[in-house]
Design a protein. Sequence first.
Length: 254
Amino acid sequence: MAIAPRLALDSTAPGVVDGRHIRALTFQSVRMEYLRRVIGESNLVAATGRALVVGSGRGLLARGIAGLGFEVVAADPSPAATNLALDAHDGRDVTYLTTPAEDLDLPASSFDLVYCADTLEITERPDAVLKEAARVLRPGGAFVYDTVNRTLVSRLIYLGAFQTFPGTRIVPRGRYAVQRLRRPGELAEALDRAGLSVKDVSAFKPRDARALVRATRGRRRGTVTDAQLQKLVGMVIEPQGNPVVTYLGYALHR
């Protein structure tokens, strides 16, 4: 009988499956595609801009944004994630910082762009996260995020497949909870309370849900590598789509 892999966040130990990093890898292409759109629509100038990634994990997204020309700060509450990000650093203009999303140790109005990743669907204090993001964002700056809707399908995937069902589990139990999954309308109200004006919400999903299952099971068995995940899953954006599971959005700081 095959031995189930050990699940752990922010770990590269032998035999460990890190669902947080798997998620970052599969989301990277749509995150970067959406960012390029936001940058164009909000007239941000990357060459002279500063960006903050909240919930940066191992720094994959932060390094991608630095590749667009921004000076980037990558913030994460996990010291282990920060250490992994430093190990993976590729020399681009990124500063890594260990700090919680709800209480960033950063100056006010110091960023042109804030991307909130891997945070809004796990925090118990979304208003605090958004208020803090708005505090460090300059007036007119762009706040970008991706998160998980609260639907029957999203509950089956995030609470069932990803953290309960034996064959597809990739994160420890308790990582996701029903009350921490938020509908777009609920998040729009919270953004408005923080002084952030919603400009767009777009759904995104794998081209083929079966490919996501195969890739997840293969990564658990060790037959699929991290480098293969993004191509195998193939996430696509649905502009103005109705988000059944995951969605991206952005707002401007008033």
